[in-house]
Write a protein that binds this ligand. Structure first.
Ligand SMILES: Cc1cc2nc3c(=O)[nH]c(=O)nc-3n(C[C@H](O)[C@H](O)[C@H](O)COP(=O)(O)OP(=O)(O)OC[C@H]3O[C@@H](n4cnc5c(N)ncnc54)[C@H](O)[C@@H]3O)c2cc1C
Length: 383
């Protein structure tokens, strides 16, 4: 029998995340959204619980609980507050990336700082104004100058870019771009470095408690040993990180979808029309049935991708399938859940309004749905 049942340890991480989410995230999720407050204190507490480095080795301060536990934890957090969850996802992704490709000194210093919360959180700076999907077209440059690297250029859409103490930044070392994807390297940059400027917060539709900022590098001088991995390997590092990141976003979408389904079910039981609770109407039951079924499929796809990654076998296609399906399913679920709320769903008085805005970006960031289809299609058709 194929088992998708989590182990005792994984259930423990899930429970920890669920209890934290109910106690610390849910009560202020609406306020975080309305006021645009960044969850700095919450991130510190999440670090104390090991949730900023769930799949990071113990040697670098991580919880070392694996990818399945990570996915379960993200889903629980996202049920309560999608804004906080995106900062958690990016932190885990940056810390894992540093642990996979970094030198011992980089792991000890930077992965540890993300995981223990002393860096507040991590950031992943790949996209630029002119390129998101086509990341290999990036233009930020890194040039060697004596004992240092000097970064020039700009980044766009950087989650937590204004709060992160540790940023992984991609730049071209070939200057002219003549080596294409092979001319890119990844660098670790400390938040607050001289020459690193943070721009204005994006005024977003959703995830309003998360910050998304442009960054400018103006002769930003970083140490000569700041490169992560080898020169020319940056694009490969980014793609590897995004494979894992997609499991995180699938888990986030699943969490938002589950919360929307709960809200729709509760509302349908309470609200009456034509003398009966609307939950008794077949049209409403079908919406709830479709939503529950699609979320179950999303859960299984996400768990499978997580299990493959954890087993150390290739999982690129499965991560893209999970991200594609879970994000699109969660959007449908939120749409139906809002419909079930009638006019009240369109107001800020009910959390479904926030969820419907938050879920929208899950088909866009960490690779749009179109890019996921491209990854899946290529993997199925290439010889
Ligand atoms: C809230 C938020 C947070 C983000 N956080 C980060 C972050 O922390 N770090 C980071 O580096 N980036 C981040 N991003 C950027 C995000 O990853 C990009 O927005 C995304 O990859 C899409 O890139 P783009 O916006 O440039 O769209 P484009 O790449 O310009 O795409 C525009 C449209 O064309 C489609 N398209 C593009 N290429 C193809 C193709 N080959 N075939 C078919 N269709 C195609 C796309 O699917 C999309 O529909 C974030 C974005 C948002 C909105």
């Amino acid at each position: 029998m194929v088992s998708f049942e989590p182990t005792e340890e994984q259930l423990m991480v899930q429970k920890t995340a669920r209890e934290f989410a109910a106690r610390e995230l849910a009560p202020k999720a609406a306020e975080r959204d309305h006021e645009g407050t960044f969850p700095r204190d919450e991130l510190r507490k999440l670090a104390e619980l090991g949730l900023l480095g769930v799949n990071v080795p113990d040697a670098y301060g991580g919880a070392e609980m694996g990818v399945v536990a990570y996915s379960l934890a993200v889903t629980e957090l996202a049920r309560a507050c999608a804004s906080t969850t995106v900062a958690v996802c990016v932190s885990n992704m940056a810390a894992e990336l540093i642990c996979t490709y970094g030198s011992e000194a980089q792991k000890q210093r930077y992965a540890r700082a993300i995981v223990d919360g002393s860096a507040c959180c991590g950031a992943f700076a790949l996209s630029e104004t002119h390129c998101g999907s086509d990341a290999a077209a990036l233009r930020t440059t890194a040039r060697r100058d004596g004992d240092s690297w000097v970064l020039d250029g700009s980044k766009q859409w950087i989650t937590s870019g204004d709060h992160a103490g540790v940023l992984v930044v991609w730049a071209r070392t070939d200057n002219q771009g003549d080596r294409g994807a092979r001319g890119i390297a990844a660098f670790i940059v400390e938040g607050g470095s001289e020459g690193l400027h943070v721009g204005k917060h994006e005024d977003k539709l959703g995830l309003r408690g998360s910050t998304t900022v442009p960054l400018t590098f103006e002769s930003c001088r970083i140490p000569g040993d700041a490169m992560l991995g080898n020169d020319g390997d940056g694009f490969r590092l980014a793609m590897t990180a995004l494979d894992g990141g997609r499991i995180g976003i699938a888990s986030q979408a699943l969490g938002i979808g589950l919360a929307a389904l709960d809200a729709a079910r509760d509302y349908a039981r309470e609200r009456s029309a034509f003398g009966r609770p609307i939950a008794d109407k077949q049209a409403i039951q079908w919406m709830i049935a479709d939503s529950a079924t699609e979320l179950e499929a999303a859960r299984l796809l996400t768990l499978r991708a997580a299990m493959l990654k954890q087993a150390g076998v290739p999982y690129t296609r499965e991560a893209s399938m999970a991200k594609l399906y879970a994000s699109e399913a969660a959007n449908r679920v939120c749409y139906r859940a809002l419909q079930i709320h009638g006019g009240y769903g369109y107001t800020r008085d009910f959390p479904i309004e926030r969820m419907s805005r938050d879920v929208r970006v899950t088909t866009i960031y960490e690779g749009t749905s179109e890019i996921q289809r491209l990854v899946i299609g290529r993997s199925l058709t290439s010889a």
